[in-house]
Design a protein around this ligand. Structure first.
Ligand code: NDP
Length: 491
């Protein structure tokens, strides 16, 4: 059993009232760690520490190049500890260790990318339309950044916020999900070793209420970077409205995968499998609406079912396991309920749809393929965050695009075709922030990531994100030898 501590102002500490909560291993339902439940007072302490670090001391006066050096050091230490950090994430979330270890190592590249950008943030000199005035802009840090992350990819979603925030000179308070507090508190050890000035990075764990609410509505927080579900996002919008904090939202999705008659079938099946059964489907970009053109529907379905049924379910720590459990019992129960409702509405369960045999403990669910004849069926509408895909057919490209766009979400989309013209047409027509053609779920620090509509706004990763963590100051300088003119004498 590991008892974690909060990391505030450069020190490890308990919650102010000593409160703690359990963290459960989804593979066996056992409590394996405890974490402090941060109170409003703890949130305030973390934000005040972050504000202090921003306005005075080593961080406030550090050159951008040296900020970059610290981030490079952080990257190297995360990479060096990737295997351990990945394993912790697996214990807390049930995600496959082979995936979490690899992801933790790749997270280092996100820090490296932003480390390199730290001293490339520049203002402009403006070609101003007035004589004797020299006008330029400065990009300043925006202030204290609150980062709120969900449980499903904590190390990664922390890096996409902390990397640009620190590179731009801000300070941060990060709140982990109550479902998976451990990865972030392990990360705190790495942060501490790097030697950031106290208060630059603060890591807290606790519940949405009061901890998340107190953080996102704190008057000293200038910027909130939120990743999570739509309902929570609505509360965060209300919270940030108190102080008009700048907000980015990375929310859920109901992403479509469009598979045309001319597609390479093997690649398309791989896309659907990766998009739905990778991470047990607990991915914001899960391609859970799969649209298949009528000419290849039956063959595609047959291959897909074969692949789904061959997936090895098991302990996520084992190297040969291909699909682990869901992160929470509530999540497994909800998926079961939606699958049952969809079946009642006419969906055909081609495979899966139930708990796998032989797993008496842990929150496992079989890879599930539902055949749906319309998007009025519940499984095609709600984000399930589990290994369940709904397969539908279409006749024409126009119909496929219309069906894909019939959603309030707009995060990812997959297109499988060998027709290059169609690839471009559909990529342009699809209403989503990311389109993958003949691939799926690829990510990079270099490539902007984010959604349209109810999938949120703002982007993470990519070069422009760094400006999202700055504010522009415009400076006007009178270069004339004469004093400023009397405003009541017109020239
Ligand atoms: P939630 O929305 O339940 O929680 C997200 C975070 O918000 C958690 O840290 C949670 O804390 C916190 N929170 C809860 N209430 C409040 C509040 N009132 N104020 C501030 N923060 C609060 O999402 P899940 O953790 O269940 O994660 C799954 C969701 O995340 C899915 O919808 C998924 O699509 C989305 N997601 C989006 C991604 C993207 O990049 N677009 C990437 C990954 C996931 P606590 O856990 O303590 O309640």
């Amino acid at each position: 059993m590991t008892d974690y501590r909060l990391y505030i102002d450069g020190e490890f500490c308990e919650a102010s009232d000593g409160g703690r909560f359990d963290s459960v291993n989804p593979a066996n339902g056992q409590v394996w760690a405890t974490a402090p439940a941060a109170t409003e007072a703890d949130v305030d302490r973390a934000v005040v520490a972050a504000r202090r670090a921003l306005t005075g001391g080593d961080w406030a006066t550090m050159s951008a190049t040296n900020r970059g050096r610290l981030l490079f050091e952080l990257a190297d230490r995360v990479a060096g500890r990737a295997s351990h950090l990945g394993e912790i994430e697996t214990r807390d979330t049930g995600k496959l260790a082979v995936e979490t270890r690899g992801q933790s190592a790749y997270v280092a590249d996100y820090y490296r990318y932003y480390a390199g950008l730290a001293d490339k943030i520049q203002g402009d000199t403006l070609p101003i339309d007035k004589p004797d005035l020299h006008v330029f802009t400065i990009r300043e840090p925006v202030g204290v950044v609150a980062a709120i992350v969900p449980w499903n990819a904590e190390m990664f979603l922390t890096a996409t916020k902390v990397g640009p925030a620190l590179a731009a000179g801000n300070t941060v308070v990060i709140k982990a999900s109550e479902e998976a507090p451990a990865p972030l508190l392990e990360f705190a050890e790495v942060v501490h070793e790097v030697g950031f000035p106290p208060g630059v990075i603060n890591l807290i764990t606790g519940f949405g209420e009061p901890c998340g609410r107190a953080l996102t509505s704190h008057p000293l927080v200038s910027r909130v970077a939120f990743t999570g579900g739509v309902e929570t996002a609505r509360r965060v919008v209300e919270n940030t409205a108190q102080n008009f904090a700048h907000l980015s939202l990375e929310l859920g999705g109901k992403s479509p995968i469009l598979i045309f008659n001319d597609a390479d079938l093997e690649g398309a099946v791989n896309g659907a499998v990766a998009g739905n059964f990778g991470a047990s489907g607990q991915s914001c970009v899960a391609g859970s609406r799969v649209f298949v053109q009528a000419g290849i529907h039956d063959e595609f379905l047959e291959r897909l079912i074969g692949r789904a049924e061959a997936i090895r379910i098991g302990d996520p720590l084992h190297e040969d396991t291909q699909m682990g459990p869901l992160a929470t019992e509530a999540q497994r129960d909800r998926i079961e309920a939606v699958v049952a409702e969809s079946r009642d509405q006419g969906a055909t369960v081609h495979t899966g749809g139930k708990r796998p045999e032989g797993f008496d403990t842990g929150w496992y669910f079989e890879p599930t393929v539902l055949g749906c004849d319309s998007q009025s069926i519940r499984s095609t509408q709600v984000e399930l965050f589990g290994p369940v895909m709904s397969v539908l057919t279409f006749e024409s490209e126009e119909e496929a695009v219309a069906m894909a766009n019939d959603s309030v979400f707009g995060l990812g989309a997959g297109v499988f075709t060998t027709d290059v013209g169609r690839a471009h047409r559909v990529a342009k027509a699809v209403h989503s922030g990311i389109v993958w053609v003949n691939t799926y779920r690829a990510i990079s620090p270099v490539a902007p990531f984010g959604g349209f509509g109810q999938s949120g706004h703002g982007r993470e990763a990519g070069i422009d994100t760094i400006y999202d963590y700055t504010r522009t100051k415009t400076v006007w300088i009178n270069t004339s030898e004469d004093p400023m003119a009397n405003p009541f004498v017109m020239r």
